[in-house]
Design a binder for this molecule. Structure first.
Ligand code: ATP
Ligand code: MG
Length: 672
């Protein structure tokens, strides 16, 4: 606490009303939150269990938990909620699911499950190929985040396309309910609805959460804002911190204007601004300030730092994307050797996940250890999706998406036509696939052999679920994967035995994680059950945590989006090219401001050095194209940059040439 500057201290000590800390990157907003938690517990006598701190990503929540644990002894921190919005929603939903009409063990659909369901609906109801499923899913998600109910979406639809989306949305919601499932967006939306309809439930949670802190507030969407507002309604005891220049989730429904709205909804809101940055050198800040100055501003901020001017910002042009990744790997090794640093001091940031692939290969080739974070990589692995499918069925056999995923993995000779007929029957009867298997009516539709196979599967599942209740859950789970001979299946379906081995290890890792979760809270009042452990895993929380703890000295690879709130001594940002950063879609939609904020987030992650790279040529759709260096490079003060590579002497000439080539290529393509 003694380390805080006067304004930070003011923010920590201010508890007589609602507070907004509005400040630029690295000015200590998150530090204010963690110090304030300690202050509330130690000086104000508020029990930790009455405090909730909410943030955006699992990684940020984890960081915050770590920072708090350094400040507060464990027994004082008992019951403290440090969670993402979704995890907070899940915690509430688990306690209140009955009122909302959900059975215990409800499933959580991730976006892949949601897409599969949406595709089915589109094909069935609209004879559509389901090609646009990604867009439709995004549109539905946005409607949910804007708190627009299906019926309203139908009534306000302006054209056929919007109407189609609204109708799919309605059917999709009906299916979710029938499957006893919710999607990610529901975790917030349902809670808001619950609080609206049941004031007594709201009151209970208002009593539970007596002081609320929200980090990265600029990225809340409408539903999240409503949730915050309702929770703090009676006491107005909250602190939110944010930076409008770091709002980078508009595409997911975030509403930076929530910063202004807060002022309207809480007239007594106090605003504190912080301007000293404790993270970066003055040069890094100067470049960041210069770039973001090109965006219009509601709130003026000027960041400064006492950490000295520091090294120049390096801009490296390479021949092509291969050389770009190679160069980054070599630069890291070289710098590490010269400066005697650690691998963990380096981060490479990029606009899209696909950019990491080549880099990974180069890092491997140079034996540079690395970790990729922020993505859903572990859970996107096929074996983990299979394993999760089984786990989901154990806690909710009526989860059709999970049923379909695993019914024939490993092969049980239950073919697609059998499943189609089963599906038709279940839809007519309005029941789950699992239930349909046992119905007599099915016997007119399917040959006996097929029914037999289905019933065997169902009985096996039933037995396993019972065993989980009666016996020690973990050994039952282990037995389950042995029973189905999953390892053999992996050996048959992997490219090399080594890969199969690794994949099986991933499954065991998952089981181990559940075990750890169960053991962690053993004996506590809110002891974790197999059911709650599995639903928590669905939010990808604990597992990532364990993974991160395992890895120590590794280079961080992550997207710019995932880097928010984090800091690294030495940062690389790759792909500083038009159509990559800024992203092509944003250029087309004329949404450069959000890309510029993303650039600002990236630059301000660096503490000591910042290097940006781009490739002069890049393969796109199998064609080599000349790239154009990102316009953001033009916005950086030339005197703070040093250029390497071909564009060194006359980057502008090079750019002009690039533009010409690209334009002529486009003309050529258009002509074809
Ligand atoms: P971002 O906008 O990127 O989320 P932030 O405003 O949340 O940044 P923090 O992450 O809290 O900033 O702080 C940035 C760095 O400055 C951290 O390393 C933190 O420990 C350090 N810091 C914060 N306040 C002080 C202070 N008063 N004295 C010294 N260091 C500080
Ligand atoms: Mg922060």
């Amino acid at each position: 606490m003694s380390r805080l500057n006067a304004r930070q201290r003011e923010a920590v000590h201010y508890i007589s009303g609602p507070l907004l800390v509005l400040a630029g990157a690295g000015s200590g907003k998150t530090s204010v939150i963690t110090s304030k938690i300690t202050y509330l517990v130690e000086q104000c006598g508020i029990k930790a269990k009455h405090i909730a701190a909410v943030t955006f990503t699992n990684k940020a929540a984890r960081e915050m938990r770590e920072r708090v644990s350094k400040l507060l002894p464990a027994h004082d921190a008992k019951g403290l909620i440090v969670a993402t919005f979704h995890n907070l929603g899940l915690t509430i939903l688990r306690e209140e699911h009955k009122i909302l009409g959900y059975k215990a063990g409800f499933s959580i659909f991730d976006s892949e499950d949601a897409k599969a369901l949406i595709r089915d609906i589109m094909i069935r109801d609209f004879g559509d190929e389901g090609e646009e499923v990604n867009q439709v899913q995004a549109a539905i998600s946005n409607l949910k985040n804007d708190m627009c109910e299906p019926d309203r979406a139908i009534s306000v639809a302006c054209n056929d396309h919007e109407l189609m989306i609204a109708q799919v949305y309605k059917t999709y919601n009906q299916y979710l309910k029938a499957y006893n499932a919710v999607d990610f967006d529901d975790l917030i939306l349902l809670i808001v609805a619950l609080f609206r309809q049941h004031p007594e439930v709201l009151e209970k949670w208002q009593n539970r959460v007596r002081y609320l802190l929200v980090d990265e507030y600029q990225d809340t969407n409408i539903a999240q804002y409503e949730l915050v507002k309702m929770l703090v309604e009676t006491r107005s005891a909250f602190t939110v911190v944010g930076d409008d220049d770091q709002s980078i989730y508009a595409w997911r429904g975030a509403r930076p204007e929530n910063l202004v709205k807060l002022n309207e909804d809480f007239p007594s809101l106090k605003v504190i601004k912080l301007e000293q940055n404790y993270r970066s050198t003055s040069r890094i800040l100067k470049v960041a300030n210069a770039v973001i100055a090109n965006n219009p501003h509601v709130f003026e901020k000027a960041l400064w730092s006492e950490l000295g001017m520091g090294d120049e910002i390096r801009i490296i042009q390479t021949r092509n994307e291969d050389a770009e990744s190679e160069r980054i790997a070599v630069e890291i090794l070289d710098h590490k050797l010269k400066k005697n640093t650690h691998f963990r001091d380096y981060a490479v940031l990029y606009r899209g996940n696909h950019q990491s692939r080549l880099l990974e290969m180069k890092l491997q080739a140079h034996q540079v250890p690395y970790r990729i974070s922020g993505g859903t990589s572990f859970f996107a692995k096929n074996e983990i999706k299979d394993a999760m499918g089984y786990l989901r069925l154990l806690i909710n056999p009526e989860d059709d998406a999970a049923f379909l995923r695993v019914v024939n993995v490993p092969r049980r000779e239950i073919g697609p036509s059998t499943l189609e007929k089963l599906g038709e029957y279940a839809t007519e009867r309005d029941i789950s696939l699992y239930r349909a298997v046992d119905e007599l009516g099915l016997e007119q539709r399917l040959p006996e052999k097929a029914i037999q196979k289905l019933r065997q599967f169902r009985q096996w599942l039933e037995r396993t679920a019972e065993d989980c209740q009666r016996k020690e859950a973990i050994s039952v789970l282990k037995q389950m994967f042995t029973d189905i001979e999953y390892e053999d299946w992996l050996y048959q379906n992997s490219n090399t035995p080594k890969q199969a081995e690794r994949r099986m290890d991933n499954v065991w890792y998952l089981v181990d994680s559940i075990q750890r979760m169960l053991e962690r809270d053993k004996g506590l009042a809110d002891e974790m059950t197999l059911e709650s452990a599995i639903s928590r895993l669905l939010l990808m929380d604990m597992l990532e945590q364990q993974q991160e703890e395992d890895d120590t000295d590794k280079v961080h690879l992550l997207t710019l989006h995932a880097s928010k709130g984090l800091e690294f001594p030495h940062c690389f940002i790759m792909g500083l090219e038009e159509e990559i950063l800024p992203h092509r879609n944003s250029i087309e939609e004329n949404n450069i401001e959000e890309e510029r904020r993303l650039m600002y987030v990236g630059i301000t992650r660096a503490k000591k050095t910042l290097t940006m790279t781009y490739a002069a040529q890049r393969k796109q759709y199998g064609e080599k194209i000349e790239t154009i260096p990102s316009r953001f490079l033009d916005e950086m003060p030339e005197e703070d940059l040093v250029w390497f590579g071909k564009g060194e002497k006359d980057p502008d000439a090079n750019k002009a040439k690039g533009r010409e080539t690209l334009a002529s290529l486009r003309n050529l393509m258009d002509g074809l």
